[in-house]
Ligand binder design. Structure first.
Ligand SMILES: Nc1ncnc2c1ncn2[C@@H]1O[C@H](COP(=O)(O)OP(=O)(O)OP(=O)(O)O)[C@@H](O)[C@H]1O
Length: 285
């Protein structure tokens, strides 16, 4: 099957800074998670796919269309669902009005069809009861679901979601994951996140970006496995390591060389990610 997205040698610069550095990837059906530290270039990649930024070099094809051609670019915008990092919320609109506004921009011209479609996406995101509620009165979780609702207009085959779980409480995050996971069964979903738990819970593929390039591309299990033999648990904090934190059971989880009196632990996605980036994580839980 044709990939939904193909990117070859994608380069984007802001001034003298190269933010995407000749990046290549293909995306097919299912949920792919995009991890990476602040400034890695995740949002820039997603904005390029959503056609709100034009690349300086390289080739992009989304849904079989070329965004450098203005007619095809318009078609991509109609057919793709995009949840930006800071969605505008228009506090005085009701939930229904906000989604309808986006539907009008996406050229759902027939009023009855448009209203049916708005009701459908509100239902799909569990917001039917909030249809007439003003956006400013919605909780953060509901606003995030509303941002997803507008992205689902027209039942897009490609969904680009920029940190969709940010600011959600654990229960909302779980509900959101279940929803995205269901959406990924029949669509291509690319989702950027700082939550390694999101990746473990709902992505079949994970891409890690650093300095504008891809440093890992595989399964969450594969990312966890890169930390095999380098994850340890001990009752006392390690003397030599800076890469450790307190686990829920009160023991210290150390990445890297084995501390004294430590026992080996099963590696997780977060362990693989932190070791890959070589960042220090002195986090007291
Ligand atoms: N419009 C812009 N003008 C100038 N620099 C920009 C612009 N957009 C992004 N950058 C720079 O590009 C780099 C990558 O930014 P980007 O937002 O893509 O990273 P990110 O991986 O999404 O980070 P975060 O996790 O913080 O959202 C950063 O150094 C940022 O300052």
């Amino acid at each position: 099957m044709e990939p939904t997205v193909t990117v070859r040698g994608l380069t984007k610069r802001f001034g003298r800074t190269t933010v995407l550095d000749g990046l290549s990837l293909e995306l097919g059906r299912g949920v792919t998670g995009l991890l990476g530290p602040n400034g890695a270039g995740k949002t820039t990649l997603l904005r390029t796919l959503a056609t709100t930024l034009a690349p300086d070099a390289g080739e992009v094809r989304a849904l079989g269309l070329d965004p450098s051609d203005h007619v095809q670019r318009t078609e991509i915008r109609r057919r793709l669902g995009y949840l930006p990092q800071n969605p505008g919320h228009y506090p005085h609109f009701t939930a229904f009005e906000l989604v309808e506004y986006v539907a009008i921009l996406k050229e759902h011209a027939d009023r009855r069809e448009r209203h049916r479609e708005v009701r459908r996406v509100l239902e799909e995101t569990g917001l039917t009861e909030q249809s007439r509620t003003r956006v400013r009165k919605l909780s953060g979780g509901m606003r995030q679901r509303l941002a997803l609702a507008q992205a689902l207009l027209g039942d897009p085959g490609l969904l680009v979601l920029d940190e969709p779980t940010v600011g959600l409480d654990p229960e909302q995050r779980m509900r959101f994951r279940a929803l995205v996971s269901r959406l990924g069964e029949s669509r291509t979903v690319l989702l950027s996140t700082h939550q390694t738990e999101d990746v473990a819970a709902l992505c079949e593929r994970v891409i890690v970006m650093k300095d504008g390039g891809i440093v890992f591309d595989g399964t969450p299990g594969g990312l966890a496995a890169t930390a095999a033999g380098q994850v340890w648990l001990s009752h006392r904090p390690p003397a030599a390591s800076r890469l450790f934190w307190r686990a829920a059971d009160g023991r210290y989880r150390t990445l890297g060389a084995r501390p004294q009196d430590a026992v080996p632990a099963e590696p997780g996605v977060e362990d693989g990610y932190l070791l890959l980036l070589g960042e220090s994580a002195e986090v007291a839980a």
